[in-house]
Design a protein around this ligand. Structure first.
Ligand code: HXC
Length: 514
């Protein structure tokens, strides 16, 4: 056969596979309100940058009539491309081919692109739309999952890993996203669960829809499995594009810097902060008043919203922010908010992103529910994550910093490089009310007018301890600053701290309170 004929044959074979599958897929996916796997890749990546690999891979399964089944691409498309010029490895499962189920060949295509991402030092994006382990392939499918989880874990903290759930993600399939850094879900399309409604009905006799069991809202608001929620696939891809602008290719690089834009927020910090220190405010307004272009990219916006995490830029440089949210539960730390913050701190630390901590909290949330849910174990995660982090750590104590909350929110004692406090900061073991009730109990009880005495003692305690000067006199706070100077102080700290290099003691790894 001539060379020309061979080339023509190749194009015919390639276009046959792609076109036939794509035409069928379009009809099937459209019915479910979904894009096809190929459309998804094309919408997410820069135009004409996608290079597909392993299109001709075929499965070798024989049981249950599989020997007669041709599954194009074995139900997954893999390759490399660019997002806003940023190189990525990507795979997208094709639900129209055997339900996107994961057999051995399918898994090996994924693990190959994962290895590629790790070796090349570029992010991995996985688009999940699958019925889980390919039932006909038995243990080989399970082996495939195991090999994926192994690679997710090895790549953790080395390259950013992004999971996009655009269909079912059932059974063991959920654990790959759970091991990655960011999980994106889309309303009405994403469904994540370990055991589906059928199994739940059989085992527990309970009826529940897939949506109520593990739909996008559930994952974004209740379980905290998802980091980003979108109403459409298009919106989801826009979110991913924005995310990649904030993060580096790998743990040896820094995130790209962008042109400096001053905050455009019209609110100054003094106008955002309420006159009464018991009144709430939205800490996002503070973040926007500090951020370049007042642009704040929030992560896990709908879950554990007593803490706010996300990316912003200051002088063009990516910063990760962790901020108590006084609007929700007065910004306390609890089981979920500790989990949320700790994981984000570890991401920033792994990927050379400086951390900014904005403090205003009355402490850890008291109560039986929290104690029994393991607030000790979960609360320890944030202590561990901050103490372990060696990136530049800048802390601003805005208002309350009581008790364990003061220590946990990146205090000097956990290795903060710069600690600033606003003049209205209150740094104490606990709130003045509680403190006065305990240490002046006898005086209050023995007074002619206990209420009057309590007021006096609360005032006395407030004047003595609920201010930043005690902490500043001990050197725990570096500077008490005018709130309006906060951005300026952060910029200076970033400039001064640009070459920070601290190493943790040599060890195989620590043992965080997982
Ligand atoms: C093989 C599968 C499959 C699977 C779906 N299909 N899941 N084939 N293995 N796991 C096939 C169907 O046979 C069908 O093929 C096509 O995909 C579409 O599936 P439907 O059921 O028609 O689609 P839909 O009604 O939309 O329902 C989607 C679904 C459902 C909710 C995902 O298919 C489902 O519940 N599948 C099983 C989910 C599950 O329990 N997986 C866990 C497996 S165990 P045809 O030829 O008819 O088009 C597991 C353990 C791994 O994952 C542990 C690792 C740690």
């Amino acid at each position: 056969m001539s060379i020309t004929q061979r080339i023509l044959d190749f194009f015919k074979k390639k276009s046959q596979i792609i076109e036939e599958v794509e035409n069928q897929a379009k009809t099937k996916q459209e019915k479910m309100g979904k894009m096809t796997a190929r459309q998804r890749i094309e919408s997410l990546l820069d135009k004409d940058t996608f290079h597909e690999y392993d299109l001709f891979v075929e499965h070798k399964a024989e049981d249950f009539g599989m020997d007669k089944k041709f599954l194009p691409g074995d139900g997954v498309i893999t390759g490399t491309g660019k997002i806003l010029g940023f190189p990525v490895c990507i795979y997208a499962q094709d639900f129209t081919v055997a339900g996107g189920s994961l057999g051995l060949a399918h898994a090996r295509k994924i693990t190959k692109i994962m290895d590629h991402a790790l070796n090349l030092g570029i992010p991995l994006i996985g688009i999940n739309d699958s019925g889980g382990a390919r039932i006909q392939e038995g243990v080989n499918s399970l082996a495939g999952y195991g090999e994926i989880f192994f690679r997710n874990t090895r790549a953790s903290g080395v390259i950013p890993q992004i999971s996009v759930i655009l269909g079912p993600c059932a059974g063991g399939a959920v654990y790959s996203p759970a091991l990655t850094d960011f999980v994106f879900v889309v309303n009405k399309i994403s469904k994540m669960f370990i055991t589906g409604p059928e199994v739940i009905k059989t085992v527990l006799g309970e009826e529940i829809s897939m949506e109520d069991l593990g739909g996008a809202r559930v994952q974004a608001e209740i379980s905290g499995n998802a980091h980003f929620y979108a109403d459409t696939e298009f919106e989801c891809f826009e979110q991913i594009k924005k995310l990649v602008t904030f993060i580096p290719w790998n743990n040896r690089k820094k995130a790209d810097t962008f042109p400096i834009k001053p905050p455009k927020s019209i609110k100054t910090i003094s106008t955002i902060m309420p006159k009464d220190n018991t009144e709430p405010y939205d800490v996002r307004d503070i973040i926007k008043a500090i951020a370049d272009d007042s642009d704040f990219f929030e992560i896990q916006q709908f879950w554990a919203d007593n803490i706010v995490i996300g990316f912003l830029r200051i002088q063009g440089e990516t910063i990760g922010v962790v901020a108590n949210q006084p609007m929700v539960l007065a910004g306390v730390l609890d089981v979920d908010s500790s989990d949320k913050a700790a994981r984000f701190i570890r991401f920033c630390d792994s990927f050379n992103i400086p951390l900014l901590t904005l403090v205003d909290l009355p402490g850890y949330l008291p109560g039986i529910d929290q104690e029994h849910s393991g607030v000790i174990r979960h609360g320890a995660k944030i202590l561990y994550a901050y103490s372990e982090a060696t990136v530049l750590k800048i802390t601003v104590i805005m208002r309350k910093a009581y008790g364990g909350g003061y220590i946990a929110m990146c205090s000097r004692h956990l290795g903060a490089d710069f600690v600033f406090a606003w003049p209205m900061a209150e740094i104490a073991v606990m709130g003045p009310e509680g403190a006065a009730n305990i240490i002046f109990k006898k005086e209050i009880e023995g007074a002619e007018n206990p209420d009057e005495m309590r007021k006096l003692k609360v005032q006395e305690y407030t004047e003595k301890f609920a201010n930043p000067y005690k902490a500043a006199s001990a050197g725990y706070v570096d500077a008490v600053i005018n709130p309006e100077e906060t951005r300026e102080y952060i910029i200076h700290a970033l400039q001064i701290g640009i070459n920070k290099q601290v190493e943790n003691p040599k060890r195989k790894h620590g043992i965080p309170p997982f």
